[in-house]
Design a protein around this ligand. Structure first.
Ligand code: PLP
Length: 385
């Protein structure tokens, strides 16, 4: 009998060691990790610089409190704001907490403009987290089922549909639009190239905040540090988590201009958020990304994987679509392929299945030989469906 609550249904494997793109289980078997702990360990498992940063910081200072100044937090805020062209940062411990902060900022923005019932537009099939506000923002009934009453004043619109957003410009209560640049959990849904540009123009014309949830797409996952760089835009609010700590829990909510000054002492907080350990770790993640030109590898290996899959699966009558941006990839089949999860595990490959799609988020440090193994194994798996 397990003393754990039943909210997860883990596969029958326990990993005890990780190195680069590989994990070793309790039996000593090695697996290729094409999921990175769901987009988290971008630099691979136990990267030596990150381990060293954690060890050094752990021996100096783990935690004080946000009641005192925290040097590494200030440095990380400055670094992230410079990289993202933002003005101010708040740190929490997860993607959901980063988005909670963004939602609170949007509501403060509304109240600052005498809007008493501020409404946020979010997308169908989106995923923003599991707290009450973020699951209410999430456009997926499965995530919301059983948790009514939801947090109100979220209106869900179709993703990649500019007119669906324009249809709300006469609603005086709307204060923000919150979107993932690419929808991750729903299977790597990539919008039209200029979608975010058009959404930003609508936001600017209506004094709405553009909130981009880059919890999954951020920190190099798409081949740019932030996915919105493909659109040459700067959002008003940007949320990050997953890859930022390479496995150490950290979430960040960055804000620009009018959105950056809305939190005042007492408006928001987190006991653990932004402590010396996680901030020093995140700083070392950003350093490695720069030093080792990780983004170039993500772009090259992303293209290599996408091209490999496209050529090998060109004649497959089971494949509907291959979607890829950097190292965020999905292969959509013409049928449910949930059974491939265990089949992949038998072949010592870690992947994710979202309904009909195989989703891959390999570490950003992946090399060609590892990419070849992923391509060959996934194609073999598709043959068995
Ligand atoms: C886009 C997006 N936002 C938010 C979250 C929630 O992050 P966390 O699980 O760290 O709370 C996720 C997690 O998958 C995500 O993909």
């Amino acid at each position: 009998m397990s003393y754990l609550m039943s909210n997860y249904a883990p596969l029958e494997v326990t990993f005890v060691k990780g190195e680069g793109c590989h994990l070793t289980d309790t039996k000593g078997d090695q697996y290729l990790d094409a999921l990175s702990g769901v987009g988290v360990v971008g630099l691979g498992h136990c990267h030596k610089d990150i381990t060293a940063a954690i060890q050094t910081q752990a021996s100096e200072l783990l935690h004080t409190s946000n009641w005192y100044r925290i040097e590494h937090q200030e440095t990380l805020a400055e670094k992230l704001c410079q990289l993202a062209n933002m003005d101010a940062a708040f740190f929490g411990n997860s993607g959901a907490e980063a988005n909670e902060a963004a939602i609170k900022i949007a509501r403060l923005h509304g109240h600052a403009n005498n809007i008493n019932n501020p409404v946020i537009l979010t997308a169908n099939q989106s995923f923003h987290g599991r707290t009450m506000a973020t699951l209410s923002a999430t456009g997926n009934i499965k995530v919301q089922n059983g948790f009514a009453p939801l947090v109100s004043e979220f209106i869900h619109i179709d993703f990649n549909d500019v007119d669906a957003i324009k249809a709300h410009t006469n609603n005086a209560n709307v204060v923000a639009v919150m979107l993932e640049p690419i929808q991750g959990e729903s299977g790597v849904i990539i919008p039209a190239d200029d979608y975010l540009n058009q959404v930003q123009a609508i936001c600017q014309a209506n004094n709405w905040l553009l909130i981009l949830d880059e919890v999954q797409t951020g920190i190099g996952r798409t081949g740019k540090l932030f996915a919105h760089e493909y659109n040459s835009i700067t959002p008003d609010v940007l949320t990050l988590a997953k890859g930022l700590g390479n496995g150490v829990p950290i979430g960040a909510c960055l804000a620009k201009g009018k959105a950056a000054g809305l939190f005042q002492p007492g408006s928001h907080g987190s006991t653990f958020g932004g402590n010396p350990l996680v901030c020093q770790t995140a700083l070392s993640v950003l350093k490695v990304i720069e030093k080792d030109d990780i983004l170039s590898n993500a772009i090259q290996m992303g293209k290599y994987l996408a091209t490999g899959f496209k050529s090998k699966l060109a004649d497959s009558n089971k494949v509907l679509e291959i979607r890829a941006k950097g190292l965020m990839l999905a292969i959509e089949l013409n049928q449910d392929c949930t059974s491939l999860l265990n089949a992949a595990l038998d072949k010592k490959l870690l992947i994710n299945i979202t309904g009909q799609s195989i989703r891959l988020l390999p570490p950003l440090i992946i090399n060609k030989a590892e990419a070849d193994t992923i391509i060959n194994t996934v194609c073999e798996l598709i043959d068995t469906v």
